[in-house]
Design a binder for this molecule. Structure first.
Ligand code: CP
Ligand code: NVA
Length: 329
């Protein structure tokens, strides 16, 4: 498998074999890290990390992965650089790719990271856009494989806003890798029709079944994985909270929902950060305003034995390391 020189912008650009290779390489590098076996596969290289939105997991994962691979990383905060304000994405790409061996970008529209890649001479990795979050999906698939031993035929249910980065990318990842994918939410939160059509074609080849459900009981029957994400994503206006709470509350992941899968092996997943209590500034502010103690998931489920959210978070680093090592070499 040779992915050297490839950008990592969205999973649609990769075959099932290539995605499978990245998942396996993540597991191999995780094992090496646990055993203390050095793996400085990119010694002497340098990478730039551009974050136009905030991050804990993705930034730390890119930085630690870079150091473990023998590289240096520069964090660029757009508020303290020329990006966007005084220098276009195309010019930034040409400047950074003459200095660095790879560039990570987290920001708004997918077209921005695509433009960055078009003008960059070195690999560009998507660290989250409004539309896609592909490094998260490699970590999520690794986590599912660790828990169940396989991916094909796993019943995966996504609850909540399925038309944003997580719903979109998980649908693509499941379709590619043969997991059955169900989006469960009001119809207006279903993924984009064109993306669904593209995924249906991919699913026909992989054997995956894609379903779009408004009824929670029907959706979760037989689920192996129940996944959710925040109801309001980074960059969205505060005014949408009320509507989201009203429309997505019936799709909250709570114990009743987890118990109605008919399986006692169902796991709970979330890309994090999550609003499961009032211990954050936004969680407390919105919780008090709307009289709630939690949002997309209850604290009970989040803290339960079924929850694998911290395994997922750890796997972000191993997955990102694999993506960097595979594309930089
Ligand atoms: N899941 C995820 O991307 O987390 P961060 O926003 O903290 O990077
Ligand atoms: N949908 C979330 C994902 C965070 C990892 C957001 O974009 O804020």
């Amino acid at each position: 498998m040779n992915l050297k020189g490839r950008d990592f912008l969205k999973l649609l650009d990769f075959t099932a074999d290539e995605i499978g290779y990245l998942i396996d390489l993540s597991a191999e590098l995780k094992d090496k890290k646990k055993k203390g076996i050095p793996h400085k596969l990119c010694e002497g290289k340098n990478i730039a990390l551009i974050f136009e939105k905030t991050s804990t997991r993705t930034r730390c994962s890119f930085e630690v992965a870079a150091y473990d691979l023998g590289m240096n990383a520069t964090f660029l905060d757009p508020s303290a650089s020329q990006i966007g304000k005084k220098e276009s994405i195309a010019d930034t790409a040409r400047v950074l790719s003459s200095i660095y061996d790879g560039i990570e970008y987290r920001g708004y529209g997918q077209e921005i990271v695509e433009e960055l890649a078009e003008y960059s001479k070195v690999p560009v990795w998507n660290g989250l856009t409004n539309e896609f979050h592909p490094t998260q999906i490699i970590a999520d698939l690794l986590t599912i494989k660790e828990k169940f031993g396989h991916l094909k035929g796993i019943n995966f249910v996504y609850m909540g806003d399925a038309r944003y980065n997580m719903g979109n990318s998980l649908m693509v990842g499941c379709a590619k890798m043969g997991l059955n994918f169900t989006a469960c939410c009001p119809e207006k939160y279903f993924p984009d029709k064109a993306l669904i059509a593209e995924c249906q074609k991919i699913a026909a080849e992989s054997g995956s079944v894609l379903r779009f459900e408004t009824d929670t009981a029907k959706a979760v029957q037989g689920a192996d994985v129940i996944y959710t994400d925040v109801w309001v994503s980074m960059g969205e206006p505060e005014q949408v909270w009320q509507e989201r709470i009203e429309e997505l509350s019936p799709y909250q992941v709570n114990s009743r929902l987890m118990e109605s899968t008919g399986k006692d092996t169902t796991i709970f997943m979330h890309c994090l950060p999550a609003f499961h209590d009032l211990k954050t500034t936004v969680g407390r502010e919105m919780g008090e305003k709307f009289g709630r103690a939690d949002m997309e998931v209850t604290d009970e489920v989040f803290e339960s034995g079924a929850s694998v959210v911290f395994d997922e978070a750890e796997n972000r680093m191993h997955a990102i390391k694999a993506i960097i090592a595979a594309t930089l070499g």
